[in-house]
Write a protein that binds this ligand. Sequence first.
Ligand SMILES: Nc1ncnc2c1ncn2[C@@H]1O[C@H](COP(=O)(O)OP(=O)(O)OP(=O)(O)O)[C@@H](O)[C@H]1O
Length: 273
Amino acid sequence: MSDTAIHVASVTKRFSGRVILDRIDLKVERGETLVILGGSGSGKSTLLRLMMGNIRPDEGDILVHPPGQEPPKSLRSLTPVELDDYRKSIGVLFQSGALFNSMTVADNVALPLREHTDLPDETIEIMVKIKLELVGLREHADKMPAMLSGGMKKRAGLARALSLDPRALFYDEPSAGLDPVTSAEIDQLIIDLNKQLGVTSVVVTHEMDSAFRIADRMVLLDRGKFIVSGTPDEMRNSTDPLVRQFVHGLTEGPLTDRRRGGAYEVDLLGSDI
Ligand SMILES: Nc1ncnc2c1ncn2[C@@H]1O[C@H](COP(=O)(O)OP(=O)(O)OP(=O)(O)O)[C@@H](O)[C@H]1O
């Protein structure tokens, strides 16, 4: 069996003719936690949506394993049923947790099971308890989302993402809007789930502390281009000016030079000075 869970092969994505991702090559290995880094608008969420099969590349290909299928198949070639099976085999945690406010926590977690399986209610009830226990929310099953703190909403969203026993989990900014302690708790949960369940995890984040805590490997995107991939140590010790500036949050470097739009003196006086 191949060790690669998802293979992004030379993918280009355009929106309204503008290149958003430019020939991206990336392999997500089974069981790893891969963190996608990059500035605002660099194309991180678009890459995530492509890997989830929500949008299609304009060029290139994305190879995945729909349940029970080996060797990998191109997302383009999947039948609607296979694509549906693939989508059911992945879990997604959005920034807000994306809970339905009119349902209890338990009903939110039960929803995918009710929609996509024929399991009897008693079995669903047990499965929901297991998922809520995994994220530390079993005591809060009957609460409405409005009664939960930000961190608890994320946990509930995660329990729902886990409801169909996904093989891969996708997280879009899991720490957004959380205080540092709650954010560290969510990171620990991501690490624990990855270890306990052996799921492949792909995480988009801006938070460097969080990225260094959870990543087995990191990739950096810049303006739709793939810049580098490496372990947290490799990224921390990189001598590439762009990686250094991004990873260490430096105020001077190629990112800020670019934003300033080139040297002011040259702009004023010409390039002969
Ligand atoms: N459906 C769409 N239609 C048109 N443009 C889009 C669409 N989705 C994304 N974009 C554009 O693509 C670019 C990359 O967006 P994306 O959300 O992937 O970036 P990101 O790195 O996740 O940014 P952020 O960190 O700010 O969330 C942005 O300029 C965005 O405006």
